[in-house]
Design a protein. Structure first.
Length: 257
């Protein structure tokens, strides 16, 4: 069986160190949602069946969702009214799936708005993919290089081009180091090049579906040992800026009297 291709999450060299401002983290979060739709669709199906009706009811009453959904200064979920039962229904959904991250609840609220104005999106369980984030200016200075012209009566072309390339490589390396220092001084970090799609599957099964790492390791993914699954889950948690993984279930043995 051919391995799945893994497109890069970021096509740039540096991204913001803050998860909510990182283009790489946002793409990883969208990839997580796509994984959810394939691995554990009940996550979004429940949002549609049990939470959306509360959104629709509140919207029909004239509640101004657009006032809070795109505010740059407040979380839509935090600003949401407690009237109408939507906020409590959303909180219940998040708790049921161990999905209480702020960005997920905010994204769910924006997704409910999309489903309300575009019913076809609700049928396909399409997640809201719009994300606004503030960037940090870290553009390097213009790259410039001056070199004396070719004195044709003193140097061969081979010698002249060798000297020019040598200076070019030296100047280019200095420019790279200087610009990298600028980016890092602005709080940016190197973008991650590789990730494993299997790790996203494992994260969904562990965090949202409630499976143990042992169950995942012995399930559809073959002979992956439990320690490999745990490392993969933690790798995704770091990639998407997930604060706290759910606590593993502890089996209590019955005491024999």
């Amino acid at each position: 069986m051919a391995r799945r291709k893994t497109p890069r999450l970021a096509y740039c060299e540096y991204v913001s160190a803050h998860p909510d401002n990182s283009s790489q983290v946002w793409r990883a979060r969208l990839l997580l949602i796509e994984t959810v739709k394939r691995v554990h669709p009940r996550f979004l199906e429940t949002l549609s069946k049990e939470v959306f009706p509360f959104y629709r009811k509140l919207a029909k009453k004239g509640y101004d969702f657009d006032k809070i959904l795109w505010s740059a200064s407040v979380s839509p979920y935090d600003a949401l009214t407690t009237e109408g039962g939507l906020k409590s229904a959303l909180a219940k959904w998040a708790a049921e799936f161990n999905a209480e991250a702020a960005w997920l609840k905010d994204g769910a609220l924006r997704t409910l708005r999309d489903w309300y104005v575009a019913p076809d999106w609700r049928k396909s369980l399409r997640w809201n993919a719009i994300h606004g984030f503030s960037g940090t200016a870290s553009t390097g200075e213009a790259f410039e290089l001056r070199f004396p012209g070719w004195e044709t009566e003193l140097l061969t072309w081979a010698r002249y081009s060798e000297l020019l390339r040598r200076l070019f490589e030296k100047t280019l390396l200095e420019y790279e180091m200087k610009t990298r220092k600028l980016a890092e001084s602005c709080g940016l970090v190197r973008a991650r090049r590789k990730y494993s799609p299997d790790n996203f599957d494992w994260f969904v099964l562990y965090q949202f579906a409630g499976q143990s790492s042992t169950e995942i390791a012995s399930g559809r993914y073959g002979d992956d040992p439990d320690s490999t699954v745990l490392k993969g889950i933690k790798a995704v948690a770091q990639l998407i800026g997930w604060g706290h993984l759910r606590k593993p279930k502890v089996k209590r043995s019955r005491k024999i009297r």
